[in-house]
Design a protein around this ligand. Structure first.
Ligand code: NAP
Length: 248
């Protein structure tokens, strides 16, 4: 008989943008969903309420992904309250753009600590349980900057390239344990992260995108929801670009 027990998903950076849309997509797909965020309690509260309206059990926790111990505690709490994590999505990410000649050590380390160490912390905390259960799907959010590079983003691009290499390596390690690990690499997506772009940068970006628009967080969330689902049962180690064609 088909197992109807709701699966459990955990999303980092769930309070806003792509993470937020992913929380809602997974709740609509029947998952019980936990998410963490860094500071925006009000955004998290509103989202938790909206996600719970689907009937999902929802757990929202303020947890800084740069802190390994906090992430371990988060995973323990989620597994205790909702059950074993079947799907893990790392959407927490920041930018601190500057040309390298002007970059300071804080800008470098904050971006690497959040974007790359954050992925390591979450994957490290969930992977053993997934291996024991011989089941699990992980999607890490990279960026086209991690594939092709982007001026003024040496820190960000390095973190996002690291995520791709990390995810492919992990996919090779844990495939035999029934765990799939994939990466999505979005282009320009309309979220708070890109709302800071000035008009000139926005115009330049739009003219380089064959589809002539920025992507929506929901479009990325749909791809993530597909990748964690059994519909993607033979996809692992892939890097799926979702970028309106900007990299063609
Ligand atoms: P966003 O709207 O700025 O949201 C970022 C989310 O990450 C927020 O929920 C934020 O929590 C959380 N966060 C940041 N630092 C954190 C930390 N140390 N611990 C826990 N949570 C933290 O960003 P977005 O545009 O949705 O981006 C989501 C992911 O997609 C990022 O990894 C980003 O690099 C990637 N991406 C975005 C684009 C794009 O065009 N938007 C393109 C390519 C890749 P608070 O709200 O509490 O601060």
């Amino acid at each position: 008989m088909e197992d109807k027990t709701p699966r459990v998903a955990l999303v980092t950076g769930g309070s806003r943008g792509i993470g937020r849309a992913t929380v809602l997509a997974l709740a609509h797909d029947g998952y019980d969903v936990a998410f963490c965020y860094r500071s925006d309690d009000e955004a998290a509260r509103v989202l938790a309420k909206e996600a719970a309206e689907t009937g999902a059990r929802v757990l929202a926790r303020r947890t800084d992904v740069t802190d390994a111990e906090s992430v371990r505690s988060l995973v323990a709490e989620v597994e205790n309250e909702l059950g074993p994590v079947d799907a893990a999505v790392t959407a927490a990410g920041i930018t601190r753009d500057n040309p390298l000649v002007l970059m300071d050590d804080d800008q470098w380390h904050q971006v690497l600590d959040t974007n790359l160490d954050g992925v390591y912390h979450l994957c490290r905390a969930v992977v053993f349980g997934m291996m024991k259960r011989r089941h699990g799907a992980i999607v890490n959010v990279s960026s086209v900057a991690g594939v092709y590079g982007h001026a003024s983003q040496t820190n960000y691009a390095a973190s996002k390239a690291g995520i791709i290499a990390f995810s492919r390596s992990l996919a090779k390690e844990v495939g035999r344990s029934g765990i799939r690990v994939n990466t999505v690499a979005p282009g320009f997506i309309a979220t708070d992260m890109t709302a800071v772009l000035n008009d000139k940068a926005r115009k330049e970006a739009l003219s380089a995108i064959p589809l002539r628009r920025m992507g929506e967080a929901e479009e990325v969330a749909d791809l993530i929801a597909y990748l964690v689902s059994d519909r993607a049962s033979y996809i692992t180690g892939s890097v799926l670009q979702i970028d309106g064609g900007i990299t063609i």
